[in-house]
Design a protein around this ligand. Structure first.
Ligand code: ATR
Length: 242
């Protein structure tokens, strides 16, 4: 396929204008990232359930009538990557760490996967409670000592991005059998995964697979073509992050 996918920086108050320009230029679709996922959602003419539930959109496209369609593939990306890794959610005890946009983007899918227990943890408890309210989830602060470690811990905080590396999660959350998934990715092991390794967690995965899977789902929405993600993950890991 011959196509062009490029990075553009858009001014904070210039999202609507940028979308109008893309549409006029005949662009098929657009991915948007932080901090404009919420605004992209508000600008949509046709909002898909995944974006409505996350109150944020990362994948947009234009139809022949010029309407903006908005979907969110982040939750799908996480679920697809957990499946690729052989991590089962159904019946598992799962901890989601964080209550910002990244957590909100995946919470609907996590609940739908029917874990036996899903706990939302956040430094600011009120934020977790607000996010969890519609699903009636258990909310805790990360410093709480837990009687039992989780099967799966997912980091959806911004810890590991930039200089922010301090992990306040109580060590009791993680045992050697706990699968640890960090939505953050980058060169080398992330801050959260290093923390998990120091606590003996053998199964550690960063968010590169989620990044690729959400992009593959966006690609499917734009082009109707499903992409096999493992070779792409390998390529990005070796060639761009190696
Ligand atoms: P995003 O949209 O990427 O999720 P955000 O809305 O700023 O970004 O949310 C960042 C998340 O990381 C929040 O859950 C934040 O916790 P608070 O709500 O208590 O601020 C969490 N976070 C960031 N740095 C953290 C740290 N050092 N320790 C614990 N949690 C942290």
């Amino acid at each position: 396929m011959s196509l062009c996918y490029e990075k553009r920086e858009v001014a904070a108050n210039g999202v609507a204008q940028a979308l109008a320009e893309f549409r006029a230029a005949g662009v098929r679709g657009v991915n948007v990232t932080l901090p404009i996922k919420e605004e992209a959602c508000q600008l949509a003419d046709i909002l898909y359930p995944r974006a409505a539930s996350a109150e944020a959109a990362n994948t947009l496209w234009f139809d022949d009538a010029g309407r903006i369609h908005a979907d969110n593939t982040d939750g799908y990306g996480l679920m697809a990557d957990l499946e690729r890794l052989g991590i089962t959610l159904r019946g598992a005890s799962v901890l989601l760490l964080g209550a910002g946009g990244a957590a909100r983007g995946v919470l609907g899918e996590l609940v739908a996967a029917q874990p036996a227990r899903l706990v939302l943890m956040n430094r600011t408890l009120a934020r977790a409670e607000q996010l969890a309210a519609r699903y009636e989830l258990e909310c805790l602060t990360p410093d709480v000592h837990l009687p039992q470690a989780f099967d799966l811990v997912i980091n959806a905080t911004s810890i590991g991005l930039g200089a922010n590396r301090e992990i306040s999660l109580h060590p009791s959350a993680v045992a050697p059998r706990t699968a640890c998934y960090d939505m953050v990715y980058g060169r080398g092991e992330t801050a959260f995964l290093q923390w998990a390794a120091a606590r003996g967690a053998n199964q550690r995965h960063d968010g590169l697979g989620m990044l690729v899977a959400q992009a593959a789902e966006a690609f499917r929405l734009w082009h109707g073509v499903s992409v096999a993600t493992p070779p792409v993950i390998d390529f990005v890991r070796k060639r761009l992050l190696g």
